[in-house]
Design a protein around this ligand. Structure first.
Ligand code: 3PG
Length: 306
């Protein structure tokens, strides 16, 4: 039977791991868990006899693939697959999949939580502001953005979105106002929330040309990837716009400087934790296990991304 490696440097919640095991046992698959590993060599060793691997943000690059002689499929339990070298995987006939939508509500809830936390001055006891009545602009209108729109609507925010790959009718149906230009995102938002993947085109794309357009008293929320931000421009925005705030679900490379200069206007999580809920882990983990079983048992390649 196929052997599945579950390699998560950042482990799934215990109940999610137990459910993944149950799923694989029911299909009579072998499995092994590698959690909390500290050296990449541990991952490579564990990959040596795996037919399939379930990962989170774990790196599957050429070296990992070279170490994985039996590997046929990688499933990223989550949305973004910028941690997998798709070209190298394709060259070795390894199928790569993600589990779209499965952890998105958790990310959306965290975005809202962080927005409220910052609107209330990090709960410092002083008078803050409310989200109700403010303009939220979503850059990208995928699963996380849609969950976020839904929650934000309940709070009373006015919601806009820009996504050149999504028909504007879909946004309109959701009560979201479509924007037609990237610039409008940054001009319009009291809160601008990023929902774009990290690709060659998007890396460092949130630059001064865009950040300079933001309102003085606005906030940028990044639950996407740190790579999409041009950090020099971010520092400049915080310097020039005295009420501008940056909220991030990942530690920026320039975190030391941000904390030294702008501690009251910046918040970032200690470790990427948007998808760190028992529910998201369970949804994404079970989906990943099922996709592997479907692939081996029925040749199902739904959600293949390479
Ligand atoms: C994703 O792309 O699904 C999220 O960024 C979650 O990543 P994680 O599984 O490493 O928490």
């Amino acid at each position: 039977m196929p052997k599945v490696l579950v390699a998560t440097e950042k482990p799934f919640a215990a109940e999610a791991a137990a459910k993944i095991k149950t799923e694989l046992e029911a299909a009579k698959y072998d499995y092994v868990f590698l959690e909390n590993y500290t050296e990449v060599s541990q991952l490579h060793e564990a990959l040596a006899d795996a037919d399939a691997v379930i990962i989170r943000s774990d790196i599957i690059d050429e070296a990992a693939l070279a170490a994985a002689k039996n590997l046929k499929i990688v499933v990223r339990a989550g949305a973004g697959y910028d941690n997998v070298d798709l070209k190298a995987a394709s060259a070795r006939n390894v199928v790569v999949m993600n589990t779209p939508g499965q952890n998105s509500n958790a990310v959306a809830e965290l975005a809202i939580g962080m927005m409220i936390y910052m609107a209330r001055g990090k709960f410092n006891g002083k008078s803050g502001t409310e989200l109700s009545g403010k303009k939220l602009v979503l850059y990208g209108y995928g699963y996380v953005a849609r969950y976020l729109a839904n929650i934000a609507r309940g709070i009373g925010m006015e919601i806009y979105a820009y996504d050149p790959y999504i028909a504007s009718e879909i946004m309109t149906k959701d009560g979201v106002k479509p924007l037609s230009k990237v610039e409008d995102i940054f001009k319009t938002g009291d809160y601008v929330s990023l929902h774009i993947p990290a690709t060659a085109e998007t890396k460092k794309s949130i630059n001064w040309d865009l950040l300079s357009l933001m309102k003085d008293n606005s906030a940028l929320i990044n639950t996407a990837r740190k790579e999409v931000i041009d950090e020099d421009s971010l520092l400049k925005a915080l310097e020039e716009k005295k009420k501008f705030r940056y909220i991030s679900d990942v530690e920026p490379d320039c975190s030391a400087k941000l904390m030294e200069l702008f501690a009251d206007r910046v918040y970032y999580t200690p470790k990427k934790m948007g998808a760190q809920t028992a529910e998201a882990n369970t949804n994404a983990g079970i989906a990943a296990a099922k996709q592997i079983i479907g692939f081996f048992d029925r040749g199902d390649k739904t959600y293949k991304v390479n």
